[in-house]
Design a protein around this ligand. Structure first.
Ligand SMILES: NC(=O)c1ccc[n+]([C@@H]2O[C@H](COP(=O)([O-])OP(=O)(O)OC[C@H]3O[C@@H](n4cnc5c(N)ncnc54)[C@H](OP(=O)(O)O)[C@@H]3O)[C@@H](O)[C@H]2O)c1
Length: 254
């Protein structure tokens, strides 16, 4: 039997990268999937790619008013859900002396505030015994120049996972986190990271030096980890974190 047969999942930022790969894995495991995104065209394209078991909802995680309507928009598609993968996020990097208030707010509003209020809006729809997974990052654990605000947004999510899991015990809803190391996705483009091509190439080469397995991860590898946490194979795991980083933080010094 497929791991997620009969389950319905919402994946925020499901039109690209890790979110899209997770939507594909969830569907392969028997789930119905609702993906969210901020851009109608790319959400529609992803839904077309995913096929009949996928639906799309538009919600910009940076806009708390849109995020607060997420539950109602999902409810128009289905009364109840079983799984939430909070994945929408941006990676923007700048040193502390160059950080603008605008960039600070952008990162925090999307990665933490948007995630938080997405959960507030969606949790009433989650069936007892459901599973919530937060996509954090290895940056919550390692020190990296330029990453202070991004890392703080992910550390905040990690903390949220534990506290929310405690709050949701009576509903048997488990909250866990996955913390990827560098993964090949559209996030690693000069546009999204706000870097020049040269800076991007330098950053990539520098990161590979720090990954003991000698390569970036693949979205599918993270998707399978998320599917495990979403499934009943992980029913004794709550408030926990799985680090999937090719050894970047876990084998530090190896
Ligand atoms: N790739 C890595 O190395 C890595 C490592 C650790 C953690 N992560 C985390 O993994 C998550 C997914 O990233 P990815 O690597 O798969 O990159 P990605 O392909 O850029 O995916 C990010 C997703 O989030 C969406 N998103 C961004 N801002 C949004 C907003 N304001 N409202 C709604 N959706 C928004 C993006 O939509 P658009 O397509 O419209 O931009 C996209 O669907 C992020 O939270 C990231 O921090 C990534």
């Amino acid at each position: 039997m497929k791991k997620l047969a009969g389950k319905t999942a919402v994946i925020t930022g499901g039109n690209s990268g890790i979110g899209l790969a997770t939507a594909q894995e969830f569907i392969a495991q028997g789930a119905q999937v609702i993906i969210t995104g901020r851009n109608e065209k790319s959400v529609n394209e992803a839904v077309a790619l995913l096929g009949d078991n996928a639906k799309g909802v538009i919600a910009d995680s940076a806009d708390v008013n849109q995020v607060k309507q997420l539950g109602d928009k999902v409810k128009a598609i289905t009364e109840n859900i079983d799984i939430i993968f909070v994945n929408a996020g941006v990676g923007q990097f700048n040193s502390a002396d160059q950080m603008t208030e605008e960039m600070f707010d952008d990162i925090m509003n999307i990665n933490f505030k948007g995630a938080y209020f997405s959960l507030q809006s969606l949790l009433p729809l989650v069936n007892d015994g459901g599973s919530v997974i937060l996509n954090t990052s290895i940056n919550a654990h390692v020190g990296m120049g330029g990453a202070s605000v991004y890392a703080a947004s992910k550390a905040a999510l990690l903390s949220l996972g534990k506290n929310l899991s405690a709050e949701l015990l009576s509903r048997r809803i488990r909250v866990n986190s996955v913390s990827p190391g560098p993964v090949v996705t559209p996030l690693h483009t000069s546009d999204k990271l706000g870097l020049t091509e040269e800076q991007l190439a330098g950053m990539g080469a520098g990161l590979i030096q720090q990954i003991p397995v000698g390569r970036f991860g693949r979205s599918e590898e993270i998707a399978k980890t998320v599917a495990f946490l979403a499934s009943d194979d992980s029913t004794f795991i709550l408030g926990a974190e799985i680090i999937a980083d090719g050894g970047m933080a876990t084998l530090k010094g190896a």
